[in-house]
Each structure stands twice: as C-alpha cells, then as structure tokens.
Design a protein around this ligand. Structure first.
Ligand SMILES: *Cc1c(COP(=O)(O)O)cnc(C)c1O
Length: 370
C-alpha cells in the first residue's frame, strides 16, 4: 500500500537521480579533458556561485569547515583571540575557530527563531573578541540588520557561516554577501550538495580571496607551481565536484522554492504540540531543515518510527556541552539547552511530495502530543 511506504528524512540519492543525464555529462567532460584538479569547471563554478551570492569572489575549497578556518587564518585571527559562536550550531563552526588557534565563545540564542541572540552577542564582546560567527541556522539568515552594525561598532569581523543557507535572503541581501567573508559547505545533504565533500569562501574583498586561494593550494602563487609564498595547505574543490555543483546550482532557486512550498504545507497541517520555528519578518528562509518544537519528542519520534518516517535532531547537545569543547564551556546557556530537548527535524527535500508532508502531519496528529 502506497501510504505505508517509508519517507526518508532526506533523499540525496533521489535528488541526484533526477539530474542523472546532466551529471553523467559532467563526468564525461572531466574524464575527457583530464584536469581533475584546477580544471576549467572549478573557475566556472566560482564565478557563478559568487554571482549567485551577490558577491564578487568565490574560492572553492575542500569543505565548509576548511572554508571557515581559512577565512579566520587569512584575517589573522588565531591564538589569543576569541570568536563568538552560537551554542546550537553544528560543531564545525567551533572546530574551525579552534583549528585557527582561537577560542570559541559560545552564546545563547533567541527562543523563537533559535538564531544567535544579538543581545547575548553584545554582552559577550570583550577586549579579546576578534570575530563573530553569524551562523544562518536551518536555512534562515540570522538577524544581520542588528549584527552587522554591532560588529562594526566593536571593530570585530562578521563572518557568515552560510553552510545551511545557500540562497537565503535577509531583506534584499543574500547569504554570503553581508560579512567580510562567508563559508559555504557543499556536503551532500546541504541545499547545494556535491557528490562528496566540497566548500567555498565567498567575499567582496579581492585581496582576502587571493590570500585564501594561495593558502588553500600549498601556498602557491598564481603562475608559479614551485613557488610557495606562504606555508599553506591542501584544501581545494575538485574539478568533478565543481562541474556537478554548476549543474545543480542552475536548479537551486527552483529547489529552494519547492522547499518553501513544502514548509508552508507543514505550517498549515501540523497539529498542536508541534510548532515550526519562527521566521524573522525580513528573512526569506531556504528551509534547509523543517524544524519544529514538540511538546513530547519521545511520543512524536515513536509515532514517526512506527510509520518508517525519517527524522533528525539538529542538534541534541549544544556545542558548549560537548566533551570536545569542555575547555570553553562557560554556561549555562538556558535557551539553547532547553531547545535541545524539544527540537525535531521532519523530512525535507525538494523530492518530497505534498502527500508525503500530509502523511507526516497526520502521523504526528495521531501521536497524541499534549
Ligand atoms: C555542514 C556545516 C558546516 C561544515 O561543513 P562541512 O562541509 O561538513 O565541513 C559548518 N557549519 C554549519 C552550520 C554546517 O551545517
């Protein structure tokens, strides 16, 4: 019976399948010219993605975590510096700060949107604060109207972590165009996903983009294969992944629009006890996740499991409570801690049907949430 078919949390295989012919073409083209690193597809993707973000420069790198770390290092942020990070982000934001040698300073989030709380940011700024990680969580841009002037007033760098927000807007501004630089991830599950790992830095600053490009390619300067100007590393975006990303980028606005339609349906059909996160009135989310807050997560999850409907929790343990970051745990951060117990991510991907959303909502309605 159709109604008892499993509903995946995220169907990355289905998404790739819908572009099968185009992706086969990418593979053939790259196989034919043989420039597997630094091929023409990489530069073509960088140009298109910078344009997509309303920015000037894009540097393809190996993954989103590297993108953030490379930005921090290129800005000279490291040992002795503090970087403000929302407590409920994916650990990668904080990992990048630590990898650069700086110290993450975790702050609490707003109870309605679960985006970083600008008041908490203002309170956390101190003499060692060098940067603010403006993480656009779950597809919604964080309140850059408040955070950008705040960062400017205190003379700290605003860096966007846009790993969950390809194409999102805040007012007229696109994710990636607001900060001094932004880090993107193309992990397969992101709104723009590669067939493997990938990432990018986007910035208006040509000199910063150059420094990052050199650092990400063994410190090589353009045109000098054996000239290593600085001690760099290897963090490059493969030609093949760039080709795939260019093909998928052409469909991203359509896919994001589809996510919005699905999220609207969730909003209409979800039962009491299951409340979608609030949207800032100026934010146009790309709904990376269909996040709700539930009154009884155990009951909701049991009902979904019984019907083989996928779900997730993003994230069950806030960063400041993770063992890895015990050295930086200056809590309590009550909003993030409370939210960790009530959040639930429902199936979301552009391949999902309205009928499937309705079925998820019906199952939750029968779960008997208080
Ligand atoms: C996915 C993600 C990253 C890291 O990206 P990778 O490509 O997996 O390294 C960073 N920040 C946030 C908020 C993410 O969701």
């Amino acid at each position: 019976m159709l109604t008892s078919m499993p509903i995946p949390f995220l169907d990355v295989r289905g998404l790739a399948d819908s572009l099968r012919a185009e992706l086969d073409g990418c593979w053939q083209a790259v196989l034919t010219h043989g420039r597997f690193i630094g091929g023409p597809e990489t530069e073509a993707f960088e140009l298109r993605f910078a344009e997509f973000c309303d920015s000037a420069h894009c540097v393809g790198v190996a993954n989103g975590t590297d993108a953030l770390e490379l930005v921090l290092v290129a800005l000279g942020i490291g040992p002795g510096d503090e970087v403000i990070v929302p407590a409920n982000t994916f650990v990668a934001t904080a990992e990048a700060v630590c990898a650069a040698g700086a110290r993450p300073r975790f702050v609490d989030v707003r109870p309605d949107t679960l985006e970083i709380d600008p008041d908490a940011v203002a309170a956390a700024v101190g003499p060692r604060t060098a940067a603010l990680m403006a993480v656009h969580m779950f597809g919604q841009m964080t309140d850059v109207d408040r955070l950008a002037p705040l960062a400017q007033r205190h003379g700290i760098a605003l860096i966007e972590d846009a790993a969950q927000a390809h194409g999102a807007r805040f007012g007229s501004r696109r994710a990636g165009s607001v900060g001094i630089a932004a880090g993107f991830s193309f992990y397969p599950g992101k709104n723009l996903g590669a067939l493997g790992d990938g990432g990018a830095v986007v910035t208006h600053d040509a000199a910063l983009a150059d420094r990052i490009r050199v650092a990400a390619n063994h410190g090589r300067v353009a045109g000098g294969h054996h000239v290593h100007k600085v001690r760099g590393r290897n963090s490059r975006l493969d030609t093949l992944q760039a080709a795939v990303l260019t093909a998928k980028l052409a469909h991203l606005d359509r896919d994001n629009e589809r996510r919005r339609v699905l999220m609207d349906r969730y909003r209409q059909r979800l039962p009491d006890g299951c409340t979608p996160l609030a949207q800032h009135p100026r934010a146009e989310s790309v709904h990376h996740l269909a996040m709700v807050q539930v009154t009884d997560r155990a009951a909701a999850v049991a009902a979904l499991d019984a019907e083989r409907i996928g779900w997730g929790v993003h994230y069950p343990v806030p960063c400041h409570q993770q063992p890895a970051f015990a050295d930086f745990a200056d809590g309590p951060l009550p909003v993030a801690e409370r939210a960790a117990d009530t959040i639930l991510s429902l199936p979301m991907s552009p391949t999902l049907s309205i009928d499937q959303v309705d079925r998820v909502c019906d199952v939750l309605a029968r779960a008997g949430l208080p």
